[in-house]
Design a protein around this ligand. Structure first.
Ligand SMILES: Nc1nc2c(ncn2[C@@H]2O[C@H](COP(=O)(O)OP(=O)(O)OP(=O)(O)O)[C@@H](O)[C@H]2O)c(=O)[nH]1
Ligand SMILES: [Mg+2]
Length: 446
């Protein structure tokens, strides 16, 4: 259920329970901690000496902001369990989660950069949905991803998004008793839409996404644990996006070499191979590990099927698109008219048609993968996707590998997330869908 915000309701209606997007603990809103503002109030027993002190307030100012021990009004809230800062609006706006899963170098970070960048525009232009950083400071890493390619001053400079590490600035360390627990940092977006029934009312949801390192999804003992719960958002997520990279499979690579010289296929200049972060993970094993974790954290039996949406995002479509010439890569967005007003709809029939074409190609070459997907999930869809639309290039002079902003042409960059938003129950009212094309006679003339 999304938060309903009306201008008349000056009093805030609080969620109960609130879900922390950092440690996924549920807590009543009255337990929330405030973060001191005074520079003299430093030190928190869970976060360390340099962090502002967290506290349960006893005094508030006239605007309802807690006063810290030095009398300064505070702005930020923290989770009572992990003490990490909560995104703005966390007490009023429900949190929902989507999990992005995939092997190292499968394209997860590029997926995030390219889909968030395009979603910001498409959601507002086509669907009158606002998609904003719930807390720009928390979302800084993803803004950096977007800037690397889409807002680069020098459009010809070769740049690339770095590999996601298993430690560093995408994680927070929290002391619980004698143990340190490392939580992944969420990227939080507030998705807001005006109600069609009552234009004075808005629906809002906080969407939480995480950029895990591929290593955290591998079937290894310490890839995810109680002290390193890097992937446990999967227990909460209303939709899983599994990034499948065909170039990591030798059977795909040999076919694609016939028409592509992308360095990830192991062709061309040996130096340019730097462009291919060699991993060759067996992706059906990564899928198997994900299934194991989903079953464990959701307490599902081995025979129970997963009924929430599972989207297999088949990445690097620019390389393998020749295998599916029937896929129409125009955006699957069309328009309808009702009561003399035009509104855009997502064409599910085009997505289903693309899914069938992609599934056929995968089932021919990697049948073990499609079989595992379909045994597990009753609601699986395969969506082709390219974050860049072109292959990485290698500059022998600077010895740099990456992409030039001027050459990027993402393909269906926003489609997997748009589809996910139509499937996750929390967002069903945000994007209208339609099962078929608008008859040409019904199309508005301009
Ligand atoms: N041709 C092509 N290459 C891509 C595309 N997207 C990503 N790549 C390449 O794939 C590499 C890996 O992509 P990442 O997004 O960093 O992969 P990741 O899944 O985040 O990897 P980890 O951080 O190691 O888990 C990049 O360095 C790019 O060179 C694409 O759409 N087309
Ligand atoms: Mg990454």
């Amino acid at each position: 259920m999304s938060a309903v915000i009306t201008p008349a309701s000056k009093r805030r209606s609080l969620l109960n329970p609130v879900v922390c997007p950092r440690c996924w603990t549920q807590f009543p809103p009255e337990d929330v901690l405030w973060i001191s503002e005074s520079q003299e109030l430093l030190g928190d027993y869970k976060l360390g000496e340099t962090e502002p002190t967290r506290f349960l307030p006893t005094e508030f100012n006239a605007s309802g902001f807690a006063l810290d021990l030095k009398g300064f009004p505070c702005r930020h809230l923290a989770c009572p369990h992990c003490h990490l800062r909560l995104p703005t609006g966390a007490l009023e706006t429900p949190s929902s989660f989507m999990s992005i899963v995939g092997a190292p170098a499968s394209g997860k970070s590029y997926f995030l950069a390219s889909s968030i960048w395009t979603l910001r525009k498409t959601l507002s232009t086509n669907f009158s949905v606002s998609f904003q950083d719930a807390d720009p400071e928390m979302n800084a890493p993803i803004q950096r991803y977007e800037s690397v390619h889409f807002l680069n001053e020098n459009q010809n400079k070769i740049t690339q998004i770095d590999k996601t590490e298993v430690e560093g600035n995408l994680y927070n360390l929290v002391r619980h008793g004698d143990e340190n627990v490392v939580y992944p940092r969420p990227f939080v977006f507030t998705v807001t839409k005006r109600s069609s029934r009552d234009p004075k009312t808005f629906h809002a949801e906080n969407l939480n996404l995480y950029d895990n390192a591929g290593e955290s999804w591998l079937p290894a003992l310490n890839a995810d644990s109680a002290l390193y719960p890097a992937t446990r958002h999967i227990a909460k997520s209303s939709c899983i996006l599994f990034i499948y990279d065909p170039t990591q499979d030798v059977r795909f690579r040999s076919v694609c070499r016939e028409f592509s010289d992308d360095p990830q296929l192991g062709v061309g200049d040996a130096d340019a191979l730097g462009a291919r972060r060699v991993t060759d993970s067996r992706q059906e094993l990564v899928l198997g590990e994900m299934i194991k974790r989903v079953r464990h954290f959701r307490q599902m039996s081995n025979t129970q099927r997963y009924e929430l949406p599972l989207i297999i995002v088949v990445s690097k479509f620019d390389i393998w698109r020749r295998l599916t010439p029937e896929i129409d890569t125009d955006l699957p967005i069309d328009y309808r008219e009702s009561n003399g007003r035009r509104h855009d709809v997502l064409r599910l029939d085009k997505i289903k048609a693309a899914s069938e074409a992609v599934r056929k190609v995968l089932a021919e070459r990697t049948p073990e993968f499609t079989r595992a997907v379909e045994q597990f999930a009753s609601n699986a869809v395969y969506i082709p996707f390219s974050a860049t639309g072109v292959s990485p290039v290698f500059d022998p002079q600077t010895r740099q590998t990456g992409f030039r902003a001027s050459q990027l042409k993402p393909i269906w960059a926003e489609v997997p997330m748009l589809y996910a938003l139509t499937q996750a129950t929390q967002y069903r009212c945000f994007i209208p869908v339609h099962p078929k094309a608008t008859p040409s006679a019904a199309r508005p003339r301009f």
